[in-house]
Design a protein around this ligand. Structure first.
Ligand SMILES: Nc1nc2c(c(=O)[nH]1)N[C@H]1C(S)=C(S)[C@@H](COP(=O)(O)OP(=O)(O)OC[C@H]3O[C@@H](n4cnc5c(=O)[nH]c(N)nc54)[C@H](O)[C@@H]3O)O[C@H]1N2
Ligand SMILES: Nc1nc2c(c(=O)[nH]1)N[C@H]1C(S)=C(S)[C@@H](COP(=O)(O)OP(=O)(O)OC[C@H]3O[C@@H](n4cnc5c(=O)[nH]c(N)nc54)[C@H](O)[C@@H]3O)O[C@H]1N2
Ligand SMILES: [Mo]
Length: 767
């Protein structure tokens, strides 16, 4: 192994002064104005604004500044003083085709969109258009296609009110084609976790964090993606809890943290060590690592019982609450350490050490993210983590449970209120009774099916409530061609992005208010609500002056489209709903009475109100009515065979991005500065492949399906990674992901292990 000191590394702990510098740089670049500080001060507090970044919960006992480095960046990025006005399209070099060579960062940096825009094929530019004209044409175009030829996508951002109406619009139009960003993300949880514990969402709440004795992190990166999580983790460490991490990449937020809200810590620079153990598992190796840990628990239980001592497995819980136990522990006993260590890339002692922490802890929380969900056998990854938790009854009791950390600020909530492609998730009878709307009997498309539908010419119209779908999905190059062949594309957006640059035959960009902005309607200033990772519902009131007086709220845009696309129905009172979102909340409460009791009254409760979760109460809404032990039928999660020269590519988020929104080129926690065009690789792998650190390489997808997928211009960078695992950034790598490479159960694209080959890139500049 090369000298570790020469490898890129973090410039310091997570949080600390580095995070303040990160915020200050975006502040300088966007010049969001001095009022910004007042807005930041209101973030995530009752009657304030709920952060537009991630879905991490808001504590009831909030501190003076209840935001993090990346929440502040997202806020400043949205509040930028830059404007992308209609004049932008008059400038030289600003044709739609020319803009395709722009970087994601530069497209969004043009600022907030100010006017509704219609694509003009004659000049290859977008031109301003009035709202009424836009709605009239969008409605007319939608009515020309068959209901199932239209798709209504949502990125997990819009509030519960707009989302509920969006789902209603699609169903009244005649389709369940309601894919959502979570189809690329935690769909594995929605399907996989439901299969084993009957819950599509996490089971823990804020109090559980305070009581847990140990946290096990699998493939979730709090330092970058949910930084406010670091505060309860620091508190946990201060009271002696243990943290064990499994991740192929050393992520600084899981190594150490300086609380930027603590003057003492900031002045002394005293960092809290986060992970007591850090295991660099191979990409896709968690099934084996978890099997090894379970094996240790089963063996320890056998030994203690033989010695007449207390049991290690919670047999009372297992007997009362679970199925599949006997077969599963048989598989644990029979598992071979040579296989476990080969597949996980970890040695036996490391796995035994992790199991020791697990067995000593009274209350354990299992945390996970994209490192488990975005694999060909992602659902099995989740089932294996659940196996470990179930062995000692670590679900549905105080201080214990399963914690999938969700993505967008309302991604979970959109699913709760009906943005779902599967009919069995829809309260069909309620929609009929309330609106006379018949839900179509056929399941709609998820993302993978919608993309396949585009390739097969079965999708003719696409409406996007937020997001940057063309940049986020697999097989990006094929997708761009298919996308532009549609009859209609409609994007409800705040900023310009690559998805706008492949307009359909009729194409609109509809600019909307951000959550920070005052949303004034006939009934006065409106509140929107969202649901976080702990199933808490919070109200959010924007107070900033909108960047243009031409903007409409997301809800008003949904209503505008509905009024022209749907046949008149006196029960669909779009204007009244637009005037008063409280009426929409009443409808949500009527549709989902158990979840949203006293919705309008409780939405400003400190920390939000709890929607409840059956698994949290040990009620298992699975087929058998029990929690399920799953015996693994796969040795790893990758879904392809290993072969010489074939690597497992992990696609990463940097600390300077929110999904396809690229704030800048500083991934300071990983020591990568000034570029995103890198391929991280173990130094011994570099040597074995006869490559050289620093040279320019090209990745080729190693799948034999008749498609050629390649990405060049990447600077090879020696990095501390497990052998055979390489890493590069998302979304740049999406040209490499085959649409058919996804979780077997949920169809979540397998973005965390893509089979690739690596070649020297002789075409690249400077190669
Ligand atoms: N600032 C910021 N915040 C965000 C986002 C953002 O882009 N920027 N995105 C939001 C969204 S939509 C989401 S879904 C979440 C995503 O948040 P996360 O779930 O944290 O997602 P990633 O950063 O993609 O990947 C998580 C980790 O998985 C690890 N990993 C990769 N493969 C494996 C594996 O096989 N096993 C294990 N154990 N680990 C593996 C990676 O090294 C990485 O550290 O964050 C949300 N919050
Ligand atoms: N290879 C690879 N691919 C991935 C992933 C990965 O880890 N690796 N992660 C996947 C995941 S987890 C996700 S969630 C998807 C993300 O996919 P998307 O959700 O589709 O993408 P975002 O980048 O979040 O969308 C950014 C755009 O949203 C718009 N926007 C921002 N704020 C608002 C708002 O308030 N309202 C509206 N209407 N629009 C707004 C802006 O125009 C901005 O350009 O990508 C997935 N793709
Ligand atoms: Mo996500």
């Amino acid at each position: 192994m090369a000298d570790e000191k020469t490898l890129p590394h973090s410039s310091g702990p997570a949080g600390g002064w580095g995070s303040l510098k990160g915020i200050a740089r975006i502040f300088g670049e966007t010049w969001a104005g001095p009022q910004t500080l007042a807005t930041l001060g209101k973030l995530n507090k009752p009657k304030g604004v709920m952060c537009v970044s991630c879905a991490w919960p808001k504590p009831a006992n909030y501190s003076a500044f209840e935001f993090c480095e990346n929440g502040a960046k997202a806020t400043l990025w949205e509040m930028t003083s830059a404007r992308c006005t209609p004049e932008f399209w008059d400038e030289d070099g600003h044709s739609v085709t020319a803009l395709r060579s722009w970087r994601d960062h530069d497209l969004e940096k043009t600022g907030r969109l100010t006017h509704p825009l219609r694509y003009d094929p004659a000049t290859d530019r977008y031109r301003p258009v009035g709202w009424d004209k836009a709605f009239a044409e969008i409605g007319a175009e939608l009515r020309k296609v068959q209901p199932d030829e239209a798709v209504f996508y949502a990125s997990g951002h819009a509030g519960l009110e707009a989302s509920y109406l969006y789902a209603l619009l699609a169903r009244a139009f005649g389709t369940n084609n309601l894919p959502q960003s979570s189809n690329m993300c935690h769909e594995t949880t929605s399907v996989g976790l439901t299969k084993v514990i009957g819950s599509p969402v996490g089971t823990i709440v804020w109090d559980d964090l305070r009581q847990a004795d140990a946290f096990f992190f699998f493939g979730q990166n709090p330092g970058t993606n949910s930084p406010r999580f670091l505060h309860p983790l620091k508190e946990a460490k201060d009271r002696g809890a243990k943290i064990v991490t499994f991740n192929p990449v050393i992520e600084q937020g899981l190594v150490s943290f300086v609380d930027p809200q603590s003057p003492a810590a900031m002045l002394t620079g005293k960092a809290t060590v986060i992970s007591d153990q850090y295991h660099q598992v191979r990409a896709g190796g968690d099934i084996a690592a978890l099997l090894g840990m379970c094996k240790c628990v089963v063996e320890a239980d056998d030994a203690e019982k033989a010695a007449g001592k207390a049991e290690v497995i919670d047999h009372g819980f297992v007997a009362q609450h679970t199925t599949g136990f006997d077969v599963f522990i048989g598989a644990c006993r029979g598992a071979d350490w040579a296989d476990i260590t080969h597949e996980s890339g970890l040695d036996e002692a490391a796995i035994r050490a992790a199991a020791e922490v697990y067995m000593k802890a009274e209350r354990v929380i299992g945390v996970y993210g994209m490192g488990l969900t975005q694999h060909a056998h992602g659902a099995l990854n989740i089932a294996m983590l659940v196996n470990l938790l179930l062995l000692r009854g670590n679900i549905g009791r105080a201080g214990a449970g399963c914690c999938p950390v969700r993505g967008h600020s309302n991604v979970q909530g959109q699913r709760t209120v009906g943005i779902a492609e599967k009919v069995h998730l829809v309260p069909v009878d309620k929609l009929k009774a309330l609106f006379g709307v018949e839900t179509p009997a056929k399941d709609g498309f998820n993302i993978v099916e919608a993309v396949e539908g585009l390739f097969a010419d079965k999708v003719r119209a696409f409406v996007c409530l937020g997001g940057n779908l063309l940049r986020a999905v697999p097989d990006q190059e094929r997708m761009e061609k298919a996308w532009a062949a549609q009859d209609l594309t409609v994007m409800v957006s705040t900023k310009l992005n690559r998805s706008h640059l492949f307009p359909g035959k009729v194409a609109y960009i509809l600019p909307c208010l951000g959550r920070m902005e005052a949303d004034e309607q006939a009934g006065g200033r409106q509140t929107v609500t969202s649901e976080d990772s702990f199933s808490m519902i919070n109200g959010s009131i924007g107070n900033r002056k909108p960047p243009s007086d031409m903007l409409k709220s997301e809800l008003a845009i949904v209503a505008g489209i509905a009024k022209t696309a749907l046949a008149p129905n006196p029960k669909l009172t779009w204007d009244a709903w637009t005037g008063d979102y409280g009426l929409v909340r009443d409808l949500i409460e009527k549709t989902y009475p158990d979840d949203f009791r006293d919705y309008n009254k409780r939405m400003y409760d400190a920390g939000g109100f709890y929607r409840g979760n059956a698994a949290h109460e040990r009620v298992w809404k699975t087929e058998s009515g029990k929690a399920v032990f799953t015996t693994p039928d796969e040795a790893n999660a990758i879904g392809f065979a290993d072969a010489p020269g074939r690597y497992r590519l992990v696609t990463l988020r940097s600390n300077d991005q929110f999904n396809t929104t690229i704030y800048g080129y500083s991934d300071r926690f990983r020591g990568i500065e000034g570029t995103r065009d890198v391929l991280l690789m173990n130094p011994d792998d570099i040597a074995e492949a006869a490559l050289v650190d620093g040279q320019t390489v090209r990745l080729i997808t190693d799948v034999d399906d008749g498609q050629h997928r390649a990405l060049g211009g990447l600077k090879l960078t020696a990095y501390k990674l497990p052998r055979g695992t390489v890493a590069s950034y998302y979304p740049e790598c999406n040209v490499l992901v085959p649409i058919g490479h996804h979780d077997q159960l949920s169809k979540t694209p397998a973005s965390k292990s893509i089979p690739v080959r690596i070649e020297a890139d002789r075409e690249a500049k400077g190669a």
